[in-house]
Design a protein around this ligand. Structure first.
Ligand code: ARG
Length: 269
């Protein structure tokens, strides 16, 4: 069942690929910023067409990755757990996002340890799924658990192409007790794969090709799944389960290692 959501996004007005902080990025890659802007605008339109509220934070010149708003925080039950970015190049984003949250009436608790928001902390019904291995420190999982009072399930990421949890897993249904996910098992350690099987026996299992097409960097409202059109196999699997895939192509942003979910911060009331 679809539930209307509130999403915080940031226009890629200053999007470039000058530095490389994940395996998808090549230093000084040519980027078509106007194309990135049109692709991003189509994502915003798709959200609004499906009844979701979209709010924009003003982009800051010199912060090319600010378009990836998911990384700024985790917002749950109206409370903001702010990020502490791993890469020095992204650390100045914190001030811009904290200012937006403050203006919107939220107090921001900034993580004590390295933490990249919804990139690695993903609410799924009764749990927060929490990735570590490349960006977010394990200590931040504990801190988030204490802050929200929601059990965090630590998951070990092992493949540098899937450096954030939201590149390897997304939540299809976040209703408590009915939670379900889609994921790519080989992105996780053996122990974490076993945890996912135990918690989500009905999960949709994605192929490497669909994961490499950023098909798991998707956003679901419980019914519609905003997903990269290149992830054809996963799109078919989701449709067979009764979900409605809504393809949105963010190929230009993929040059920075980001997709649909990376560009989307969910503000949960
Ligand atoms: N270039 C950005 C970085 O490496 C991409 C972030 C993608 N965001 C995400 N939620 N996976 O930090």
């Amino acid at each position: 069942m679809a539930r209307p959501r509130r999403y915080l996004v940031c226009e890629p007005r200053h999007f470039t690929v000058r530095y490389a902080i994940n395996p998808w990025m090549r230093q000084d890659t040519e980027v078509d910023t106007a194309l990135a802007g049109r692709q991003w605008a189509a994502l915003v339109r798709a959200y609004r067409d499906h009844g979701h509220v979209v709010q924009c934070v003003e982009p800051v010149a010199g912060l090319p990755d600010m378009v990836f708003s998911a990384n700024a925080a985790l917002v749950l039950a109206g409370r903001v757990f702010g990020s502490r970015f791993h890469a020095p190049q992204r650390q100045p984003e914190t001030a811009a996002y904290e200012a937006w949250f403050a203006a919107a009436g939220y107090d921001v608790h900034r993580s004590e340890s390295k933490c990249e928001g919804e990139g690695d902390l993903i609410p799924a019904g009764r749990f927060i799924l929490a990735g570590t291995g490349f960006r977010t420190a394990r200590a931040a999982h504990h801190e988030a658990q204490e802050f929200f009072g929601v059990p965090t399930i630590g998951l070990q990421l092992v493949d540098p192409y899937f450096y954030h949890l939201d590149t390897a897993l997304f939540v299809l249904d976040d209703a408590s007790g009915r939670e379900n996910i889609a994921y790519y098992p080989a992105a996780f350690s053996a122990g974490s794969r076993a945890v996912l099987r135990r918690l989500f026996p009905r999960a949709v299992i994605a192929s490497r090709a669909d994961a490499m097409a950023f098909g798991l960097n998707s956003v679901s409202d419980g019914r519609h799944v905003f997903i990269a059109p290149q992830a054809g196999g996963l799109i078919a699997q989701l449709a067979a389960r009764g979900y409605v895939p809504v393809p949105v192509d963010l190929s230009e942003l993929l040059k920075a290692g980001g997709g649909i979910k990376c560009c989307t911060q969910e503000v949960r009331p």
